[in-house]
Structures are given as C-alpha cells and as structure tokens.
Ligand binder design. Structure first.
Ligand code: UDP
Length: 239
C-alpha cells in the first residue's frame, strides 16, 4: 500500500518529447503505453498521480514566433498541442484500466473537462489520474511553470520532472563527457548556475512555495515507482 511511499501525491511533468520516443515528431503510442504501465503500477501502490503534459513534440510557441507569427497566437497553438498529448495519454491509461481525467486550462467542453481546482482535488482523492492540459492557459508561460503551479494547487508532495537522463548535470552529459551530476541542489543554485532544469519562472514559483522538485529518468521502466519510494537515482531540488 501507500505506506512504502515517500511521496503519496506526485505531480509528474511529461514533456512532449517524452511522448515522441525515437520519432522526429508527434506521439509514439508505444512510448505512451510504456509510460502508462509505470503510472498504472504507481496507482496500484496507492500513489495519487497528477500529470502535466507538454506539447513540444507537436508545436512550440517560440518556433511559431520564429516563423513570423505573433508569439501569443503561437503559444495558444502550443497549448492546443498539449491537449492532443493529454488525450493520447488518457486513452492509453484507459486501455490499462486506469481511470484518467483530462482537465484543460482552456475550456473545450465537447473535448474534455475544464480545469476547476476542487474538481481536480476530488478526482485525485478518489484515486483517479488527473492529466492537466493546456498548460496554465496563458501565453508566455511553459508547461514547466504549469507543472509547478498545479503541483502547489493540488498539495502535491513534489513535482517529478521526467527526463532522459538520471538527474541534473552541469552541462548536457550527452555532449560533454566532463559534465558533473548533482545529487542535490537548492533553487537558488539552479537559478544562479542557470542549470537547464526548468525555466526560471517555474523554479522561482517552486522556491517561493517550498515545493520539492525531483529530476529523474523515465526511460527506464519502473523508475516512477522507485522515485515514489525515494529509491530512484535522481537530483532533488529544495531548500
Ligand atoms: N504554452 C503556453 N502557456 C503555458 C504552457 C504552454 O503558451 O502555460 C505553450 C508554449 O507555446 C509552449 C507550448 O505551449 O512552447 C508547449 O509547451 P512546452 O514547450 O512547455 O512543452 P514541452 O517542452 O514540455 O514539450
């Protein structure tokens, strides 16, 4: 049961890239299904899982702006991309018998439910997986900031940033052989060293509200449960 868990309620931030797998674009349902297995195992252990999905595998506001679009318009397109990812993940969880609810920060009542905080809290409390779509609902923000915001709103014990490496490094470990890996960091260190974990707004929001951040690889099956038990190789950001 949930007794063995270090974190009972966790907000998982899944980037769009995490859903892309080895493809150059879009959603790899094989990867979504693998992630769903990990989420299903966590739920079976009594964890309460909330998820914020990104959209970078489909559209990013900055790339739209680089092609001449208004940044705000491009950002709304990016937020719509996160809704597609949320629906794909919900479908995959559904096939595993896990009841997942998609709550969108931008109301689209014929597609999914709208985000209402008490509703989300009630779903989590009864063991449903809650997938937050459309980021914060505002342009000029990221889904990293949305993850921290929803993590605070949902009274989560931590935000887990799912990556392809086993923590935060001083430089990209895939490009720099001498990159140093950190076991633990403070929010101020992340900001001062400009470490590529989450954007500054997200880190500052976590710091101001004392929400711990865990950076973990989810390429390895079973790592989500390990992280919930406090046994994963990870970087912990707090203090
Ligand atoms: N976005 C936004 N406001 C938000 C969250 C996201 O405008 O609160 C837009 C932004 O254009 C961003 C895109 O949605 O580029 C996709 O989100 P993000 O880049 O955070 O996805 P990820 O990198 O996690 O895949």
């Amino acid at each position: 049961g949930a007794q063995g868990l270090k974190y009972k309620r966790l907000l998982v931030k899944l980037s769009g890239e995490a859903l892309m797998g080895a493809q150059p674009y879009g959603i790899d349902m094989g990867v979504a299904d693998r992630l769903s297995n990990d989420i299903a195992a966590a739920v079976a252990e009594g964890a309460e899982i909330a998820i914020v999905v990104g959209g970078g595998n489909i559209f990013r506001g900055l790339s739209g702006a680089a092609k001449g679009m208004d940044r705000a318009t491009a950002d709304y397109m990016g937020m719509l991309a996160t809704v597609m990812n949320a629906l794909a993940l919900q479908n995959s969880l559904d096939h595993r018998g896990v009841q997942a609810r998609v709550l969108s920060a931008i109301p689209m009542p014929t597609v999914c439910e709208s985000y209402v905080r008490p509703k989300a809290l009630s779903y989590l409390g009864r063991g449903n997986v809650v997938i937050f779509a459309a980021g914060t609902g505002n342009p000029f923000f990221t889904t990293d900031t949305a993850a921290v915001l929803r993590g605070i709103e949902m009274n989560c014990n931590a935000v887990l940033k799912a990556t392809q490496v086993d923590g935060v490094y001083s430089a990209d470990p895939k490009k720099h052989k001498d990159a140093v890996r950190y076991d633990q960091l403070t929010y101020s260190e992340v900001l001062a060293k400009d470490l590529k974990v989450m954007d500054g707004a997200a880190i500052a929001l976590a710091r101001d509200n004392g929400l711990p951040l865990i950076v973990v690889s989810i390429d390895e099956p079973g790592n989500l449960l390990k992280a919930l038990r406090g046994e994963a190789r990870q970087t912990l950001i707090e203090g």
